[in-house]
Design a protein around this ligand. Sequence first.
Ligand code: SF4
Length: 280
Amino acid sequence: MRHIDVREVADAVQALCQKANTILPPDVYRALQAANANEASSVGQMALQQILDNADYAQSEGLALCQDGGVTIVFLDVGQEVHFIGESLEEAVHSGVRQGYQASFLRGSMLDRPFNGKNTTDNTPAIIHTRIVPGDHVTITVLPKGGGGDNGSQMQMFTPAEGIQAIRDFVLNTVAKAGPGACPPLIVGIGIGGSFDSVGVLAKRSLLRDVGTLHPDPDIKALEEDWLHHINQLGIGPQGYGGRTTALAVHIETYSRHIASIPVAVNLQCHSARKGTATL
Ligand code: SF4
């Protein structure tokens, strides 16, 4: 059994919030550069260059990549041989978010209740997804998730009789309907399988994969390539100005399912695809 003080968790979450909100991950930056080189639309190219310039400026000045600091999604993979010491683990995560957002002057985007709510001013509470895994380490991943991408996201239950074509149409319609509001170019995160409650988390977890890394299953990989091709035929383009780069990648994650149901969630990630991971 390994003992970990939850203050270490809070410190790690704070550092990840600050880093993720100011430094675009290298895989995202490279994908945007490659898209810029391949974009046929001059206005689309200009939009991509502005996104890259903005990332350079944010990193050099330690400023927020976007005014929307997002909902702070925190994934915790907790080794089953870890024993936490101190306050509650979840309170430590919230505390880390509070300190990180305040220290870097990041906008608070969370209201304390859905209607007539007040801004909590420090972006708490986080949304926390915890898994118990083998070992004695804790892996913490922070994903600040912008409102535009989540607003354009959708979930639907399919029956097996509807088939893959219907799911593909649902994915394409979701991207088309979201249009510029989701701040493209997008990473289109898709969860397929599991249950009504779990498929949204599956889609969100797919966004943690390095951009453009394809699924190891050749059948799923083929869907990722085909659906990306069709999404980039929609003509929405970078920031909605038109062009061939509506999405940088399609990431599909799958899980076993009930014989009668195919849950599908499409979680759109905007170009400010922030994420950061640390292991204790
Ligand atoms: S969706 Fe993304 S790029 Fe658009 S405002 Fe929100 S965080 Fe910024």
